[in-house]
Design a protein around this ligand. Structure first.
Ligand SMILES: Cc1ncc(C[n+]2csc(CCOP(=O)(O)OP(=O)(O)O)c2C)c(N)n1
Ligand SMILES: [Mg+2]
Length: 272
């Protein structure tokens, strides 16, 4: 990618941050901090030529499977699906009764949502199962799964990671939203995660680390993971919860809060 294309992705990420902020403000509830923190990664995945998808045919067999395991950051996902054309002209409101934009992503409501998520640790297990199924069916697609650091407090997450190593699922890519925060404090305060990279390596994974807000480096990380070497891949994205809205950055109280009117106005100034 050249400099201009990288700049376009940075502009895209800002637009994603603005639109998800508006979506949350209109809803009056939802998860703002983590959504802002993952906007740069989502921009590269969906608009940087990484993921294979067809908004007109969400069930296209050769699509890459994308799973947002930390389903609470649904606002960034919905914003991206909308910008990528998955919703056509339909406008829906977040968190309204009957709306497809449920508080957490729901496959029943949106076909493009590969699997419903929300319970921490659930999506990672499904991602491993889908990667194994693709191998067995000899379909040459990949599974991309975004997951959070608090999900690594769940025992079942580690069972899934161990299985992926055992089955040599080199068609599986996890992107870890490593913001060191969760709902009630830092991940260090709440649980001891140890050295996540080493734990994955021990279980047969290849591990990459990247600044989750540096578009050029994120692109480079995604191009480094193409090798079919029998190892599932983990990209640890070092992120800042609330990125782009200075006055909420790194504050876990914004894990599950939507902006009030004053915060919304201030945020939109910052995201111009
Ligand atoms: C199995 C399960 N336990 C508890 C919860 C409640 N819960 C929602 S988000 C969260 C932690 C959030 O931390 P993280 O996933 O790292 O997301 P971030 O705050 O960084 O966006 C918890 C405990 C849940 N959704 N699922
Ligand atoms: Mg976190």
């Amino acid at each position: 990618m050249n400099k201009k294309q990288i700049e376009e992705l940075q502009i895209r990420a800002k637009r994603i941050r603005r639109e998800l902020t508006e979506m949350l403000y209109n809803a009056g509830s939802g998860h703002w901090g983590g959504s802002l923190g993952m906007a740069d990664i989502f921009a590269v995945l969906f608009f940087g030529g990484v993921l294979k998808y067809n908004p007109k045919k969400p069930d296209w067999v050769e699509r890459d499977r994308f799973i947002l395991s930390n389903g609470h950051i649904a606002p960034v996902y919905y914003t991206v699906l909308e910008q990528a054309g998955f919703f056509g002209d339909k406008k829906a409101q977040l968190r309204r009764t009957g709306s497809p934009l449920q508080g957490h992503p729901s496959h029943i409501h949106i076909e493009a949502v590969e699997t419903s998520t929300g319970p921490l640790g659930q999506g990672v297990g499904v991602a491993v199962g889908k990667a194994l199924a693709l191998k067995l069916k000899k379909i040459d697609s990949r599974v991309f799964c975004i997951c959070s650091d608090a999900e690594h407090e769940e025992g079942s997450t580690w069972e899934a990671i161990a299985s992926a190593g055992k089955f040599k699922l080199d068609n599986l890519i996890f992107i870890l939203d490593r913001n060191h925060l969760q709902i009630s404090g830092t991940t260090d305060e709440v649980a001891n995660l140890g050295n996540i990279a080493n734990r994955y390596r021990d279980l047969g994974w290849e591990v990459f680390e990247v600044n989750g807000h540096d578009t050029a480096k994120i692109l480079r990380a995604f191009s480094a993971i193409k090798s079919k070497n029998g190892k599932p891949k983990l990209i640890i994205a070092k992120t800042v919860m609330g990125k782009g809205v200075k006055f909420i950055e790194n504050d876990y109280h914004y894990h599950g809060r939507a902006p009030n009117e004053e915060e919304y106005n201030k945020a939109m100034e910052l995201l111009k």
